[in-house]
Design a protein around this ligand. Structure first.
Ligand SMILES: [Ca+2]
Length: 746
């Protein structure tokens, strides 16, 4: 050892490197932050803008996961397998729902440089079939984050989220009745992480990815946050839009000569709406505003912590919305968005009005009407999922007081895209894009750094061209011009029947806009400049080929190509009290099933508790003992359907059979004591219950029940032995076999 010579070890981290915080808001429109001309309340986003630089010509991919893929990898979304949501992974290279090994994320690059890394909040970059127990390659901890706390799906209930800590599913630290809300929990986690870093490694730089669930649906916030907006939207979306546009001009968010895009006639004029519906829609916007203000408040707590730690000046903060406002609530909005997402059924205004007082609270899973989405994207056309500017032009704010303080409060109109953010952050942090990460040669970045634009308002344009494709909606920007198709997303009943445009790729029309002078895509120049349009369309096809965009799909055709190798597709389950089974691995119910619950001792008349439950009062089913009855209940689209019988006193085995029929199903109960019950239910059995990663629980319920009959967690009698589930048509019950099984397991 004494004669040996060693090279000096590389520094474990660079003490003077800036911290980086990326705040990703979900579905926040161009016109919804105060610093972008809104009268909604976002004082903490505005605070970042006052210290930083706003971009009025920033673009995204029109939807959640693809934008996040750009923000993390610096490559075009299709090129890294995230052309669409990972809820629908298909076996084409652009749509696998998994990044290739040779496209490391910015988190991996920063971690390799010594940064501490942590992701908090929405992820939505893990393929559906890998969300239960892995593999973990595409969980946050698999792509460069040392810690993670949040949810893997595209959304979750703000009161009862389905949470992950690192690689483990976990329950929220408090219940809705205790005042739990996800926004506060995510901020608490960020503050905890910041404190730990400051406490243990105060000069180590950190990278914090903070992705709120807000203001994406379900729109849910504490009542006091909603009520402060009471009456603020009674004038309606047309008036709100005009006033916001005027403010945007005064603030310099839009050019003085910009024109406001016209409201299409399939978005109702506010003045044509009857007073009941006006009252309903205004309340839905109050809920949204409260939800956004509440999220902003908790972002402020995270900023406060950074400043209290003395790191405010040396921290780069980038605030981004991943796409334009969402119209997924349809023309009328809803208190129960699962009606739209899952069931795709026409709206029932009377039913919606009945739930007016539920909006925003524990009993709702709401979404505002598309008139408000359109207004939230002022001055643009359309919304999320479309490649018109309303879908792809979003707020970006970047602040770094130590280096960019001279530009504080300024506005840039340079054309930039989400894919440009990682390389820009790396450059600000003094890092080059590595050729090699973890021994793997990397594919090139598509991003172009706009750090020159951050430093100088008169910097030359950086990005001159970008293609777009989202769920069949296509566009291309090049040198101040933009071509975009009129293709209509085919996902929901409302859009298929109301939105003007093409439903067939063979009939798509391309519109042409002079983006440099026509801020809001008001004047279609396709007929005036056919050669320019033709050139752009050809260029779109070339870029589509280069980026793995084909084949494209505008609805759910991709389901026939779903590639979910980790799903088990079992038809037999044996579950024990305490089990939590993730929905992606839960039984496929809709073709019929048999559930058999067995008890180690005869049931008593006073027995109570949940035998099994999946979902909640927004959508779900439960089988439970309460009030002297044994009940199976389905909550669906605002109604409940049930089979309830007196508790079969003395029974040790109860069997529930579901037989599916066309748009209906039959329930039949049998017990070993001879008791029976039957119900015919005039509704099709749902294929899925929720988009938020819920669980099937055995012997207890999660915080929100499926109906009012029981109070969670409602533990089952200790004698509950197990629950057996078989799917598909079932033979006659043989109780001798069932009871022999009970005895054998005692
Ligand atoms: Ca989104």
């Amino acid at each position: 050892m004494q004669d040996a010579v060693s090279d000096r070890a590389p520094r474990p981290y660079r003490k003077n490197a800036p911290n980086i915080v990326v705040i990703v808001l979900d579905d926040l429109g161009f016109a919804q932050a105060g610093c972008f001309g809104s009268d909604l309340e976002t004082p903490n986003l505005d605070r970042i803008a006052e210290r930083g630089i706003r971009f009025t010509n920033f673009h995204t991919t029109a939807i959640c996961s693809p934008t996040r893929a750009c923000l993390l990898t610096g490559r075009n979304h299709h090129r890294v397998g995230m052309g669409m949501l990972p809820d629908l992974p298909v076996n084409f290279p652009g749509y696998t729902g998994a990044f290739p090994d040779n496209a490391a994320t910015i988190a991996e690059i920063l971690k390799a440089d010594g940064y501490a890394t942590s992701a908090i909040g929405k992820w939505h970059l893990t393929a559906r079939d890998q969300r239960a127990t892995g593999p973990y390659d595409m969980w946050p901890t698999g792509v460069g984050f040392e810690h993670y706390y949040g949810f893997l799906n595209g959304e979750t209930n703000q009161w009862t989220p389905n949470l992950i800590r690192d690689q483990q599913h976990t329950e929220p630290p408090a219940t809705p009745d205790d005042g739990y809300h996800l926004d506060a929990d995510l901020a608490d986690e960020a503050i905890h992480r910041l404190r730990q870093w400051k406490l243990h490694q105060p000069d180590r730089p950190f990278f914090l990815w903070y992705a709120t669930a807000a203001p994406h649906a379900p729109h849910q916030a504490p009542a006091e946050w909603i009520d402060r907006f009471a009456g603020r939207f009674d004038e309606g979306w047309d008036e709100w839009r005009e006033r916001t546009f005027a403010r945007q001009k005064v603030m310099g968010i839009v050019p003085a000569d910009a024109e406001l895009s016209a409201r299409p006639d399939w978005v109702e004029a506010w003045n044509d709406i009857d007073s009941d519906r006006q009252r309903l829609y205004a309340r839905m916007m109050e809920v949204y505003a409260g939800f956004l203000a509440h999220a902003d408040h908790h972002i402020g707590r995270v900023l406060d912590e950074i400043e209290a730690n003395g790191q405010g000046d040396d921290t780069i903060v980038a605030v981004i919305s991943d796409n334009g406002c969402s119209a997924e609530g349809g023309p009328n909005g809803t208190w129960n968005q699962l009606r739209h997402y899952v069931s795709d059924i026409p709206d029932d205004i009377e039913l919606e009005l009945e739930h007016y007082d539920d909006l925003g609270g524990h009993r709702s899973s709401g979404h505002y009407p598309w008139g408000w989405a359109f207004a939230g994207n002022t001055p643009f056309r359309r919304w999320k999922r479309y490649t018109f500017e309303g879908g792809v032009r979003d707020p970006l704010i970047v602040s770094w007081p130590a280096e960019l303080g001279d530009a504080a409060g300024s506005i840039r109109d340079h054309y930039v895209h989400a894919v440009d953010v990682p390389i820009t952050l790396l450059e600000l942090a003094g890092l080059d894009v590595p050729d090699d990460v973890g021994g793997i040669k990397q594919i090139s970045f598509d991003g172009i750094s706009f750090s020159s634009v951050l430093r100088e308002n008169d910097a030359a344009p950086t990005r001159r061209e970008q293609y777009y494709e989202c769920w069949g909606s296509r566009a291309i920007y090049a040198d101040g011009w933009k071509a975009v198709t009129n293709h209509v997303n085919q996902l929901t009943h409302a859009e298929r029947s109301l939105v003007e445009g093409s439903a067939d790729f063979n009939d798509d029309q391309w519109l042409l806009f002079h983006a440099d002078t026509d801020f809001a895509e008001v004047h279609d120049l396709a007929e005036a400049h056919p050669e320019r349009l033709d050139h752009l369309v050809q260029r779109w096809h070339a870029l589509a080929m280069a980026n793995q965009v084909l084949p494209i799909d505008d609805g759910n055709h991709r389901i026939s190509h779903m590639h979910t190798p980790w799903l088990q597709f079992r038809n037999h389950y044996e579950l024990a009290p305490g089990d939590k089974l993730h929905e992606v691995q839960a039984p496929v119910w809709f073709g019929g099933f048999r559930m058999v619950a067995t008890f180690a001792a005869p049931l008593k008349s006073a027995a109570s508790g949940v035998i099994a439950e999946q979902g909640d009062w927004n959508a779900g089913w439960a089988w439970f003992l309460a009030n002297g009855h044994l009940t199976w209940v389905l909550a669906l689209n605002g109604s409940t359907y049930r089979l309830s019988t007196p508790i079969p006193v003395g029974a040790r085995a109860v069997v529930l059979d579901m037989t599916a029929r066309d748009q209906a199903f039959d329930l039949a109960l049998q017990t070993d004591t001879g008791q029976t019950g039957e119900a015919e239910v005039a509704v099709g059995f749902p294929r899925v219950f929720s988009p938020d990663g819920s669980f099937l629980t055995v012997g207890f319920g999660r915080p929100f029940p499926v109906c009012e009959d029981y109070v969670p967690p409602a533990p089952a009698p200790a004698t509950l032995q197990r629950l057996t589930i078989d799917t598909g048509p079932q033979p006659e019950v043989n109780f001798e076999t069932v009871l022999n099984d009970v005895m054998r397991h005692q």
